[in-house]
Design a protein around this ligand. Structure first.
Ligand code: ZN
Length: 345
């Protein structure tokens, strides 16, 4: 079959650039922009697809996780084959995004966003979109973006509810002006305990991307709003959030989340029967030697990107940066024990 050339850029974006708030100038600004998407699960995969289709010139997609079957109900960029291939989400996303839009640059980064690497990632972007599922990373992003003066869009979704707010350092409140401290993780419901409606994910992600596009095209009419919605209940409200002069982050410029007071070395994943164990220092695991050692203890699979080890009860996924995802438990102590037992600490 003859390959058809992609349509010319002008034609591709014709229905978008004709919009009065975009026009040719806005389309060009999108093409000249780099967007960092932190987390490529439910929210992030929708953000990635929308920004790729809209013609954002460079996408940097970061995610620390691999795909599993229960992701597919809401992570619309992915397929059953991606799950069978046990691909890291960032890599699977990049492959689909390149098929959707071959005219833009797409970069997949499979890593955990931490105080050690966040500034280098954010520095390269004109805008950061929150596709995370945890407050630890959001407060880290807030610190980093305020410090570097980069805009970011916060978004959260749970059940059928969502919250969205764009943060433009110097022009309005930051996340900590509104929510000074992250909630106690042990008291917050998760995707696992409460579930999440895929239509709510779409709405929240669409709103985040819209807020981001306003910033990228420099819409003079845009105003900072804090949105709260419930797609099942049919409610949508927004207020103008106020900056807090006493804010420890944008007021006093104390960046505690960025300066390394990062919590434990293990993280219980939202919506997952899984715990991530992060080594104290970055390591480069020797996959060949590990596979040899683990072969006699269980089933190992190496797909060139991650090493997976399966026992009767648990699965351990080893990433190239030394992180281990332990599936089959939500107990951090047990997870650390399994990592110490099978992988070494
Ligand atoms: Zn603030």
């Amino acid at each position: 079959m003859a390959q058809t050339e992609p349509a010319a850029t002008g034609e591709r974006y014709a229905r978008q650039s004709v919009l009065p708030m975009i026009r040719a100038a806005g389309q060009q600004r999108l093409a000249d922009s780099a967007v960092l998407i932190v987390g490529c699960g439910a929210l992030g995969s929708v953000q990635a697809e929308l920004t790729a289709r809209a013609g954002v010139g460079r996408l940097i997609v970061v995610d620390r996780d691999i795909l599993e079957l229960h992701n597919l109900h809401r992570q619309i960029l992915f397929t059953e084959q991606d799950v069978r291939d046990r691909l890291p989400k960032a890599e699977a996303a990049a492959r689909h995004l390149r098929a959707i839009n071959s005219e833009i640059a797409i970069e997949a980064v499979t890593t955990d966003v931490t105080p050690a690497n966040v500034e280098a990632l954010v520095q390269r972007a004109d805008l950061v979109l929150d596709g995370t599922d945890n407050f630890e990373t959001r407060y880290l992003l807030n610190d980093c973006c305020v410090k570097l003066g980069k805009p970011w869009v916060y978004g959260g979704v749970l059940g059928s509810d969502g919250t969205v707010m764009a943060v433009q350092p110097g022009q309005g409140p930051c996340l900590r002006c509104i929510f000074p401290e992250p909630p106690d993780a042990s008291t917050v419901p998760t995707c696992e305990t409460r579930g999440v409606l895929n239509t709510a994910v779409m709405w929240v992600a669409a709103l985040e991307v819209t807020e981001g596009m306003k910033i990228l095209v420099a819409d003079p009419a845009a105003q900072v709003r804090l949105y709260a919605l419930d797609i099942w209940g049919g409610t949508f409200a927004s207020v103008t959030p106020q900056r807090n002069d006493e804010c420890p982050c944008c007021g006093q410029r104390q960046f505690g989340f960025l300066t390394g007071k990062r919590g434990s070395s293990s993280t219980v994943f939202c919506g997952r029967n899984a715990v991530q164990v992060t080594p104290e220092r970055p390591v480069n695991p020797d996959f060949g030697r590990l596979t040899q050692r683990l072969n006699s203890l269980g089933r190992t699979t190496m797909n060139g990107l991650v090493l997976e080890f399966e026992t009767d009860k648990h699965r351990l996924v080893v990433f190239p940066d030394g992180r281990v995802l332990v599936l089959g438990t939500t107990n951090p102590t047990e997870a650390r024990g399994l990592v110490a037992k099978y992988i070494g600490s």
